[in-house]
Design a protein around this ligand. Structure first.
Ligand SMILES: [Zn+2]
Length: 219
């Protein structure tokens, strides 16, 4: 018997929200150059980059992450597409290599079912510079090696809700989303940001999440 659910998984930065959390935080604290330098270093794996970026956030009040998130608007028609997918029996979640403090707020605000993200360690309200990363690529031998393997978590939640992988939908905008987009029943590159993800089969080129519905069966 088929599960009564389907599954839709969204990336956070540039997909659910119209901006990037780390950019806003790093701008505020004058650490843009440091962050960009780490992000563009092709000699290190993605998860190491996440560790290095966390270490330069050391000393920042955790509230600053929330303030930064509040300053970024939701992507156009975010609420609408979530409500339409819910009506069609989708379980919905965010899988992001950003921070759980932010993902959790969005999950509550948008009434989603789950999230996977990195946990910044906090002590007395202050970011310590350490981070807990869910990883997952080491378990399925995924090439991505980022802090939150999107494919691993897509499969994890598909299993959890007893959803056949062909009934999954994954939406993201960067290279880090490709392992999930290529593996999902329907993978969509939303406003693709780099040449890798621009090669995806399904591409949405305007900043409107409602366009996702063009890829959903009408029945
Ligand atoms: Zn992966």
């Amino acid at each position: 018997m088929e599960s009564k659910f389907k599954l839709a998984v969204f990336d956070m930065d540039g997909t659910v929200i119209d901006g990037r959390l780390i950019e806003v935080v790093s701008k505020k604290f004058g650490i843009c150059d440091k962050v960009k330098q780490i992000q563009s270093d092709s000699s290190i794996s993605g998860y190491i980059k996440t560790q290095k970026i966390a270490s330069i956030l050391k000393g920042i009040d955790e509230m600053e992450i929330m303030f930064a998130l509040e300053s970024i608007p939701l992507m156009k028609n975010c609420h609408e597409v979530i409500s339409l997918l819910k009506k069609k029996g989708y379980k919905l979640g965010i899988i992001t290599d950003s921070y759980s403090i932010a993902a959790k707020i969005l999950v509550n605000k948008l009434n989603l079912d789950f999230f996977a993200a990195n946990d910044l360690k906090i002590s007395g309200g202050i970011i310590t510079g350490e981070i807990n990363m869910p990883l997952g690529w080491e378990k399925i031998n995924c090439y991505c090696k980022i802090s939150v393997c999107k494919r691993y978590h897509l499969e994890f939640y598909a299993k959890k809700y007893d959803v056949d992988i062909k009934n999954t939908l994954a939406i993201g905008d960067t290279k880090g989303d490709i392992c999930m987009i290529n593996h999902a029943g329907t993978g969509i590159a939303f406003m693709p940001k780099d040449d890798y993800i621009r090669k995806s089969k399904n591409i949405i080129n305007r900043p409107d999440l409602l366009d996702i519905m063009n890829y959903i069966k009408k029945t």
